[in-house]
Design a binder for this molecule. Sequence first.
Ligand SMILES: Cc1cc2nc3c(=O)[nH]c(=O)nc-3n(C[C@H](O)[C@H](O)[C@H](O)COP(=O)(O)O)c2cc1C
Length: 179
Amino acid sequence: MSEKLNIGIILGSTRDGRVSPQVGEWVKGIADQRGDANYEIVDIADYKLPFLGEGDAPGIAAWNEKLDSLDGFVFIVQEYNHSITGALKNAIDLAREAWNNKAAGIVSYGSTGGARAAEHLRGILGELMVADVRTHPTLSLFTDFENFSVFKPQDIHGENINLMLDQVTTWSRALKTIR
Ligand SMILES: Cc1cc2nc3c(=O)[nH]c(=O)nc-3n(C[C@H](O)[C@H](O)[C@H](O)COP(=O)(O)O)c2cc1C
């Protein structure tokens, strides 16, 4: 068996008071128990990315290096106006080759489980040659959070996270052979 895969759990929101770190840590907790890959939280906010075309901040190179080091991704996606956040779209646009021929899973949340945002993301990932897996855990702001702010996931979601990770790791390993 070859060396362990590196899978980044990308937090899609950057606003003050965001809940994405709670969701990302929960996914990482489940993932780490599997022992099949190196899982790490990748926080877009850490890179202080400018908008595309508005300067060459050092964060852009650091962001691309981080993506380069990863074999696959789990996107923590929140629904903003029926789509992904502007921060996530900008971060996606700030890299190109570093995304290509890798796999991704999506964990989304919102009033309808973030489904509309997740479907938008799938279209974007197709353009970047990222293979997005089928299983897609959807978390409800109404039943998986208290007061829309404290993450209390229902037990049923854990099984779906593992199914999604099975698919992400299998495809990440397969795609590594063609890079
Ligand atoms: C600008 C904005 C637009 C939003 N639009 C939607 C929406 O269209 N559908 C939805 O289900 N939730 C919507 N929400 C609610 C967010 O999904 C919810 O606040 C979630 O916690 C945001 O993720 P975050 O806390 O990680 O930033 C919106 C929130 C914001 C800030």
